[in-house]
Design a protein around this ligand. Sequence first.
Ligand SMILES: C[S@@+](CC[C@H](N)C(=O)[O-])C[C@H]1O[C@@H](n2cnc3c(N)ncnc32)[C@H](O)[C@@H]1O
Length: 236
Amino acid sequence: MHILGRNAHDVNTPVLNRAGMVLILYPLKFTAWLKYLWLSSLQATENERIAKLITKNLMDFQPFRKYSNTFIETGTNHGVSVYSALEAGFTIIKSVELDPKLYNQCLLKFSGNNKVKLYHGKSVDRLPEMIADIEIPSVFWLDAHPSGPGTAGHEEWLKRDKSVYQDNILAEELGIILEHGRHVILIDDQKGWKTAQQFADMIDICYPDSYEFTIHDEIRPGVHYKDKVLVCIPIG
Ligand SMILES: C[S@@+](CC[C@H](N)C(=O)[O-])C[C@H]1O[C@@H](n2cnc3c(N)ncnc32)[C@H](O)[C@@H]1O
């Protein structure tokens, strides 16, 4: 069936006008959009589910700027936290993204900004190179995980491949970071101490009594996410 166009040879071919196309395509688009939201919400934490609906700016890094000039992120996504880190005044910002499309989009977004360096690949593969020459302490924002269609690890997550689960990625990332030195580490997407304790324990085993651990709510106009970010600050 021809959907568009009518020419001299097929005057009898049914033609859908613009209103007809809207009637067919919009429900399809709407269904695809609903599916996208549903799948995204399954992979996002409870906090993120609400956050994504309400706001794009997920974190204010200003309070951590006093510890370092350097900000390292895992999971660039659309670069929202890179923007936040720039706003907070960090002068060296490095971020790694596994999905090639998101990585390339962010390359364009931040091209010409010599404070930002982007990496493509798995965080655990690229972190050693990213942190080889950084100052101690630097500020780490750990946020790499599948978060719905169009993000890395989504297909594997649907097949219940545990290697892409956020906790497993985090544990590996932490191993690399702790081996490098005592850094300020911010770990996103916690559900209070129920999930955060395991990461605090990992750090404590490596550097006994050398860190202060707190869980931060995220509060911004109109939204309040309880116990979302595990904040690990070196002491002494
Ligand atoms: C929740 S989003 C990150 C949001 C971003 N940090 C921010 O604050 O705006 C998670 C991102 O991690 C990416 N990702 C998933 N697994 C990854 C991995 N192993 N290494 C690097 N990035 C990964 C996904 O493609 C997705 O873009």
